[in-house]
Design a protein around this ligand. Structure first.
Ligand SMILES: *[C@@H]1O[C@H](CO)[C@@H](O)[C@H](O)[C@H]1NC(C)=O
Ligand SMILES: *[C@@H]1O[C@H](CO)[C@@H](O)[C@H](O)[C@H]1NC(C)=O
Ligand SMILES: *[C@@H]1O[C@H](CO)[C@@H](O)[C@H](O)[C@H]1NC(C)=O
Ligand SMILES: *[C@@H]1O[C@H](CO)[C@@H](O)[C@H](O)[C@H]1NC(C)=O
Ligand SMILES: *[C@@H]1O[C@H](CO)[C@@H](O)[C@H](O)[C@H]1NC(C)=O
Ligand SMILES: *[C@@H]1O[C@H](CO)[C@@H](O)[C@H](O)[C@H]1NC(C)=O
Ligand SMILES: *[C@@H]1O[C@H](CO)[C@@H](O)[C@H](O)[C@H]1NC(C)=O
Ligand SMILES: *[C@@H]1O[C@H](CO)[C@@H](O)[C@H](O)[C@H]1NC(C)=O
Ligand SMILES: *[C@@H]1O[C@H](CO)[C@@H](O)[C@H](O)[C@H]1NC(C)=O
Length: 800
């Protein structure tokens, strides 16, 4: 009978344990004296509404943390959306570790049954239980219902609705996507009472949000309210006592929301409708991810490409310090870079020129109004000077010798230049290609080349114009093959870059609209304000009173996911001279894009009404060039515009130009070219570069050509064909003649200028614009400047 009894006992035990397992998995509370074990996966607390769970979860091999996460998605365990962790820096063993609510009122976490790793440090003889509330708060409460301890009071990297960030708490990012321990980035209230983001790295620390060079009042924060409290509400309003108010893109609906200090140093607000949906970003603090400090470490250089995300690289002459972690940056390459200080060695050094590269902070000094030669000499003299910035400002050039290179990134908008000190031996091994600094654009261009058949090489502009005029319904498709390549280039993701991949809807305000919403905004698509470039544009007013331009795309019939992938790429491009896309709609057959509305309409309208003076025209030329340069630079050559014309240059209330309609052709179906007036034509007769006609490779230089035509048209008010003919009749780039001709056409722009000085200045501007336009119109695309060279030429003229 004994074996029988034993079997029975076993069965009973099994039954009992099964029962207790079920019971514990359904519980939302832990009573006095009981504990949760790491070994029993079902030992979790679940909030009454089922939204949150608390328990042990794996963080590595045989390493566990106790924390709170969203119950869904539950699998795999590594991908939990964790909102709080008790012991992030001290994971416990997978054997005999426990969370116990002791009789004396203390909640303790023990590792391997021995060591106390964490405790709530509470004592009470009237403790009731530990419970997980519907809002995600884990609370130790007394019999009277008083909260003795709560997880909301010690946030990890996430703030939930109703949870307050106070003077005593901060959000600290995780070390990486797979490592939950404390990372380098934190959100906290600074001594001046304002909320900030701090990079606190292995060697240095610095504040990077709000912009550190702004006084708090300039950043619209007040240092005068000492209450230091910030809170997020379920509607999507995150506001702080320093006056910061963040309104989520999807503000107004009661969604699941969380604010997180992400591993990449950005602060993001996430939302989703219900469990099981994926999280979308409805706000983020920093739009340009390379501006976050510390990401590429010392001597590292950050570049950002909306399609593949953020990338780190080392400066020439430097190599990665820790192969697996960019936080440690780069060090001088062991084979040769030795920034020696001996005066006898000085002539062995020279400088490498890197345009548009910014390293924030760590200046040795600032020397105002100096020459490049003097600046070089100074840096050679300083022992630790690895290079310097040379920037124009205040009417002269200034020199900023560096002590260290940190927070480095390349940005098309940055007007300074970096000179990197290197031994001549190293310098010579970096050829001109690297010096051009656009390290990947050459690669991209060659990819473009491959997709087009090389055509005949030459042909005159005149021929082109005639041919194009006779082109009739012949439609040309600008195929963004490189875009295609880049968008699908899945390899070489770095740890932090994987994060970026997920943020499809990251930019502020970029969101999805429903068709009915847009129908309402446009009052049934009533007010047409333009057409072309793939569809008709309507004016509308959103429910939050923002005025928008809504473009209804014709012939965009790819699937919703594909459409979204491409639209969100465009949505991520951000530059003051590019039209901002605020959202999109993809519903059934409808494909719409929502843009900011431009008060002054298009340049084309203003040109015909002749309201612009030369100064404004000059500024429009500069702004347009900057916008296009941004599209072309930063390895973004895949966003050629292909249809630069006055109709696509819009003007805001201050006559600042914004380039519109970029990146569209990929959205339109390229197989059916013949049955629509405005589907795939990239390029408009008169503005198209000769390459189109001759079936030559299409590069960013087609935009440069069209830009040249636009500038001429702006100056003369005459149609492209006339302008081009004038160039031809003017003979071999006879600038003087051209200028005279332009002047004649300019309807007395000069009679308005009063002083002689002013007239000289106007004359200078005019000559510069004509000169630039003529260079842009070179037949040979290699002879045309790049858009950023155009910007430099124009700005250089203004500064002198
Ligand atoms: C605590 O959990 C048990 C189930 O384990 C449940 O029956 C009880 O109602 C819960 N107590 C409270 C106050 O929610
Ligand atoms: C877990 O998350 C990572 C990164 O977000 C993702 O690549 C992976 O596919 C996810 N795993 C599963 C099974 O969902
Ligand atoms: C996580 O990062 C910390 C700090 O860098 C490190 O000490 C720890 O070993 C890492 N853990 C894992 C599992 O990689
Ligand atoms: C957001 O919250 C702040 C502080 O409570 C309030 O002043 C502000 O009006 C709110 N904004 C909106 C749009 O609700
Ligand atoms: C300071 O901020 C808190 C929280 O936002 C607010 O309640 C309080 O009125 C503010 N105090 C002053 C003096 O503005
Ligand atoms: C760098 O150069 C100095 C002087 O030439 C020399 O003393 C020093 O050893 C060198 N350092 C390295 C790491 O090569
Ligand atoms: C800059 O320096 C030059 C020569 O040293 C001097 O002529 C000029 O006035 C200076 N400019 C300013 C703005 O100080
Ligand atoms: C093309 O445009 C013309 C004039 O704008 C219009 O009459 C015609 O119906 C359009 N054709 C198509 C197919 O949309
Ligand atoms: C184009 O042809 C003209 C004559 O038709 C010639 O002068 C010019 O050099 C050619 N340009 C190129 C880039 O071949």
């Amino acid at each position: 009978m004994k074996p029988m009894a034993a079997t029975f006992l076993c069965l009973a035990l099994l039954f009992l344990s099964q029962f207790s397992l079920l019971a514990s998995s359904a519980s939302n509370n832990l009573s006095l004296g009981s504990s949760l074990s790491v070994e029993n996966e079902a030992d979790t607390l679940t909030s009454p509404n089922g939204l949150f769970s608390a328990g042990f979860f794996p963080v590595g091999k045989n390493a566990y943390c106790f924390g709170i996460w969203y119950t869904e998605p539950a699998a795999p365990a590594q991908n939990l959306t964790v909102v709080w962790i008790a012991n992030r820096d001290k994971p416990v063993n997978g054997k005999s570790s426990k969370l116990t609510l002791q009789g004396n009122g203390n909640l303790i976490l023990t590792d391997a049954g021995k060591y106390t790793i964490w405790s709530s440090n509470t004592v009470s003889n009237s403790l009731d239980r530990l419970s997980l509330n519907d809002n995600g708060n884990l609370v130790l409460q007394t019999l009277k219902g008083v909260a003795l301890w709560e997880s909301f009071a010690s946030p990890t990297d996430t703030l939930l609705p109703q949870q307050q960030l106070t003077r005593n708490t901060k959000l600290v990012s995780s070390r990486s996507l797979t490592n939950y321990s404390s990372g380098f980035y934190s959100l906290f209230f600074d001594n001046d009472n304002t909320l900030r983001l701090l990079y606190d790295g292995p060697e240095v620390s610095s504040i990077y949000w709000h912009d550190p060079w702004l006084l708090s009042l300039q950043a619209r924060r007040t240092p005068y309210n000492n209450s230091r409290v910030a809170v997020l509400d379920a509607m999507g309003n995150f506001s702080a006592s320093d006056g910061l108010i963040v309104i989520a893109a999807d503000y107004g609906t009661n969604l699941q929301r969380r604010l997180k200090a992400d591993v990449d140093g950005n602060l993001r607000l996430y939302s989703r409708k219900q469990a099981g949906d994926t999280w979308v970003v409805s706000w983020q603090a920093i739009q340009q991810p390379c501006k976050i400090h510390g990401i590429c470490g010392p001597n590292g250089l950050c570049t950002y490409d909306p399609s593949s995300g953020r990338k780190c690289s080392c400066l020439p002459g430097y190599e990665m310090r820790n192969k697996f972690d960019w936080a440690y940056g780069c060090q001088p390459a062991t084979d040769g870079l030795n920034l020696s200080c001996k005066s006898s060695d000085r002539d062995q050094f020279d400088f490498m020129y890197l345009p548009r590269v910014e390293y924030y902070g760590y200046d040795f000094s600032i020397v105002v109004n100096t020459t490049l030669e003097k600046c070089k000499a100074l840096c050679l003299e300083l022992c630790d000077c690895p290079g310097f910035h040379y920037k124009f400002g205040g009417g002269h050039h200034n020199c900023y010798p560096k002590t260290q290179f940190r927070n480095g990134y390349r940005a098309p908008g940055f007007q300074g230049e970096l000179y990197l000190k290197l031994p001549k031996s190293i310098l010579s091994s970096y050829n001109a290609a690297t010096k051009e600094s656009n390290m990947c654009s050459s690669k991209l261009t060659s990819q473009l080349d491959r997709t087009y058949e090389k055509g005949k090489q030459n042909g005159s502009v005149k021929f082109m114009v005639k041919f194009a005029s006779g082109l009739g319904g012949f439609e040309i498709v600008c195929i963004f093959v490189v875009w295609y390549f880049v968008a699908r280039r899945g390899e070489e993701k770095e740890d932090s870059d994987v994060v970026t991949q997920g943020y499809l809807q990251a930019a502020t305000g970029f969101r999805r609209f429903s068709y009915s919403e847009l129908k309402k905004a446009t009052r049934g698509f009533k007010e047409e304000i333009g057409r072309g470039g793939g569809g008709i544009v309507y004016k509308g007013v959103l429910s939050d009173q923002r005025i928008v331009a809504i473009k209804q795309l014709n012939g965009a019939n790819q699937g919703e996911a594909e459409f979204l992938a491409e639209v969100s790429l465009i949505g991520k491009l951000y530059h003051m001279n590019l039209i901002e896309m605020w959202g999109y709609c993809a519903e059934g057959k409808h494909r719409l894009l929502v843009y900011e509305y431009m008060e002054h309409g298009s340049l084309a309208e203003k040109l015909s009404s002749e309201v612009l003076d030369l100064k404004t025209k000059f500024e429009i030329a500069v702004g347009t060039a900057k916008g296009l340069a941004y599209l072309h630079e930063e390895c973004l050559e895949w966003v050629l515009h292909c249809d630069v014309k006055p109709q696509n240059i819009l003007l805001d209330s201050n006559y600042n130009p914004k380039v519109a309609d970029f990146g569209l052709s990929k959205l339109l179906n390229r197989n059916e070219v013949s049955n629509s007036n405005f589907s795939k034509i990239r390029g408009t007769r008169g503005y198209m570069a000769p390459e189109w006609v001759h079936n030559m490779p299409i590069t960013s230089k087609v935009d440069v050509y069209s830009y040249g035509i636009v500038v001429l048209e702006m100056l003369t008010g005459k149609s492209p064909a006339e302008s081009v003919q004038a160039i031809e009749s003017g003979g071999e780039t006879q600038k003087k003649m051209m200028v005279t001709w332009v002047k004649e056409k300019m309807h007395g722009a000069f009679t308005k200028t009063e002083s002689r000085m002013g007239a000289d200045y106007e004359q200078g501007r005019l000559e510069m614009l004509v000169k630039v336009a003529l260079q842009c119109l070179e037949e040979d695309r290699d002879a045309r400047p790049t858009m950023s060279q155009v910007v430099e030429m124009l700005l250089h003229h203004e500064n002198n």
